[in-house]
Design a protein around this ligand. Structure first.
Ligand code: GAF
Length: 440
């Protein structure tokens, strides 16, 4: 029998103290402040953020904490409880291709992007430098958005430092639109300085999460709305399975999927793939869109080769069908008749998760054997539904499970990993938590 390994829990208070102690030992003084930002899982709406789709993530209780002190120059230095290196860079020298690899580009890219996005006045740059000490409970490289948690905690630190220099400057974190703009800057840092062409879901949930809620984010304009999905009240849990299979967003596969969607978008002549639907996404509209694409790419007069058509068609099928699944999910929980959703509603949500996984595995091809093993074992052990979450190619899966079944499902997944010869997975349960905030 395989005993499931659970992610260790550390209270937030302890993390604040540990980040503060790390700061003191690294820099020999007390920090000015401590900020934190959460990791995330995505319930539904995968690989559609960069196509203008709607995503439905929730913030995890696991968070990244950053203790920070102003320096008065333009140098950024950082230490981390999770890393051995002690990187530093002068902000004036940061730019695309100059920040190196590893975790530091996710730090130093943020002030760079905030300046470019004019969220910080240009004349503040020579004095914007910070010393930072990082500690985190977000599992690293697990597809739970540790990068965005780091970026967003740093964004709060830079926002704070800029307002400390100029008391007239409002804190961007005080208003929803300010947080939207901070998220956009973090995306720019990740795209242009860290070199990962990610979409914006992760930074948006880290900065704009609502405790207790799944958040619906329309990625055409990044407007947000909480969704009334109360798993705990229904006696359900969202089990997260970190497969421990290495997950990399900068190795080209993620970028290749995104580029494929972009190519199809240009051929279709729409602002985003989401805009190919005239109204709300629906199964009927999906069939019509795919038939239209098929007509357009068939024959000698087509602007795209048969081989490329064969590659792009399943990408479109995933993107559009996932948008239909998200729409169905929103309708399920928007129906006033299901204020207290029936068993049938939860079963249907499970079915949507299962269908999402099949689409990501077969059409979008971003799953991997460990994720498929986790999903299948969870489904067989009685989960209402399961799927990979996040970018894929490793990372984590989620399973919608009745409270009383959590241990049994975790045991079944651990046993399946053992039988397949994979490293043991690590489990946690996702309770919707709050956004990036100041801790001390
Ligand atoms: C990663 C990216 F960072 C997100 O932008 C999103 O595309 C996700 O993969 C897939 O839904 O987390």
């Amino acid at each position: 029998m395989s005993t499931p390994v659970w992610s260790p829990e550390r209270p937030d208070r302890e993390l604040v103290e540990d980040a503060t102690a790390l700061f003191r030992s690294a820099y020999g003084r007390a920090p000015d402040a401590v900020f934190s930002a959460p990791g995330r899982v995505n319930l539904l709406g995968e690989h559609v953020d960069y196509s203008g789709g709607t995503v439905m993530p929730l913030a995890l209780p696991q968070r990244t904490f950053v203790a920070v002190g102003a320096r008065g120059d333009d140098v950024f230095r950082a230490v981390s409880a999770q890393a051995a290196d002690t990187p530093r860079a002068a902000l004036a020298e940061v730019g695309p291709g100059t920040a190196g690899t590893g975790w530091f580009p996710y730090v130093v890219g943020v002030p760079w992007a905030m300046l470019r996005e004019t969220l910080v006045a240009a004349d503040a740059a020579p004095r914007l430098g910070l010393d930072l000490a990082v500690d985190s409970t977000v599992p690293l490289g697990a597809g739970l958005s540790s990068s965005a948690a780091l970026e967003c905690a740093v964004a709060l630190a830079v926002d704070h430092a800029a307002s400390a220099m100029d008391p007239q400057r409002p804190h961007l974190t005080d208003a929803s639109d300010g947080r939207r703009r901070l998220a956009a800057a973090c995306v720019r840092a990740e795209n242009e300085i860290a070199g990962a062409s990610t979409g914006g879901m992760d930074q948006s949930i880290a900065l704009r999460a609502e405790a207790g809620s799944v958040l619906s984010i329309d990625c055409r304009d990044f407007s947000v709305a909480p969704v009334d999905i109360d798993l705990a009240a229904a006696g359900l849990a969202l089990l997260v399975i970190d497969t421990n299979a290495p997950h990399r967003l900068v190795d080209g596969q993620y970028a290749a999927r995104r580029a494929g969607c972009e190519e199809a978008r240009v051929i279709l002549g729409v602002p985003t793939l989401r805009d190919a639907f005239e109204g709300e996404p629906s199964a009927e509209a999906l069939a019509e869109l795919l038939a239209g694409w098929d007509r357009r790419t068939r024959g000698n007069t087509s602007e795209i080769s048969p081989a490329r058509t064969e590659e792009l068609t399943p990408l479109l099928r995933h993107a559009w069908s996932e948008m239909v699944r998200v729409r169905e999910c929103q309708e399920l929980f928007a129906d006033p008749a299901s204020r207290v959703p029936s068993d049938a509603v939860w079963e249907r949500l499970g079915g949507l998760l299962d269908a999402s996984h099949a689409s990501l595995r077969d059409d979008y091809r971003v799953s991997c054997p460990e994720l498929d093993t986790a999903v299948l074992a969870a489904q067989r052990a009685g989960a209402l539904g399961a799927r990979m979450t996040g970018g894929g190619f490793g990372g984590s899966a989620i399973a919608l499970v009745r409270h009383g079944d959590v241990d049994r499902v975790a045991e079944a997944v651990a046993a399946a990993f053992d039988a397949a010869g994979y490293a043991p997975p690590v489990f946690l349960t996702a309770t919707p938590s709050g956004p990036a905030r100041r801790e001390a």
